[in-house]
Design a protein around this ligand. Sequence first.
Ligand code: APR
Length: 308
Amino acid sequence: MRRKVSIIGAGNVGASAAERIVLRRLADVVMVDIIEGLPQGKALDLNEAGPVDGYDARLAGSNGYEETRDSDVVVITSGLPRKPGMSRDDLLQKNFEIVKGVTEEVARRSPRAVLIVVSNPLDAMAHTALKVSGFPRERVLGMAGVLDSARMRFFIAEALGVSVENTHAFVLGGHGDTMVPLPRYSTVSGIPITELLTKETIDAIVQRTRDGGIEVVNLLKAGSAYYAPASSIVQMVEAILLDRHRILPCAVYLNGEYGYRDLFLGVPARLGARGLEKVIEIKLTVEEKSSLDRSAAAVRELVSKLQV
Ligand code: APR
């Protein structure tokens, strides 16, 4: 029997993730949205691409939740995206109400699922999903670090004229202006970029990574990035469905790791069939730790504004 992934929010990010999941033959997909006809239409369109692309996975669209029952993974992308001039934090109250309602619906019908939260502001929305679902922390993850690291990897590849496949990057912390790209742990074929690039170039890459989301928002003007977010979601989904034990940067609810408690923050995490298997703790310099502290404080402040 094929596995089932439900995607809540059949907008740009949700539908792009659905397409990548079936193209990779990972699972059947159920898309849910409040807009009538939207998830049904996109599901039908993608089913009709199956004969050409050679996938038998099936997609379904719905405005309700019954079809999501017993999902293995539920991806929550429902909510408003940013417009130029908006920070992710400006979405807080509206997306909180949406993520809260959606989590109640999916948790009841798929009590064993792994939830992957994508709606912004990411860390606060993941916190909301954890508290509302009552799931253990192993099964509530936020997607941000894979995306932020992918952006950094692309910039490194461009700067050095090497394949993106040779690059590796680590971005920790909250998914916002305070995120913490770590050049010391970012490598090209195992060589730290601190040995390959000047400080000025690295500083520019770090800043462009932090501004990666808004750079796309400013170009698109209506809405935010979705191709790279969708790819990043699917990397996490694949690690879980195929029990790959992959180490990926994810927003995880910390229980004392890195010195934080009761807080979602981006950290390297090992993902497998049960969701989070282990938080990987890496050594940080005093400067890196204080940047992470600043990021943690920003997430904590945002969460304190929520009634969860
Ligand atoms: N239940 C289900 N779907 C909802 C709900 C709800 N309560 N509220 C909104 N939606 C749907 C919208 O109808 C829309 O189709 O969520 C979808 C969001 O899609 P887009 O507007 O295209 O936004 P997208 O670019 O996909 O971003 C979604 O991901 O990256 C984050 O910041 C981004 O929070 C945003 C989310």
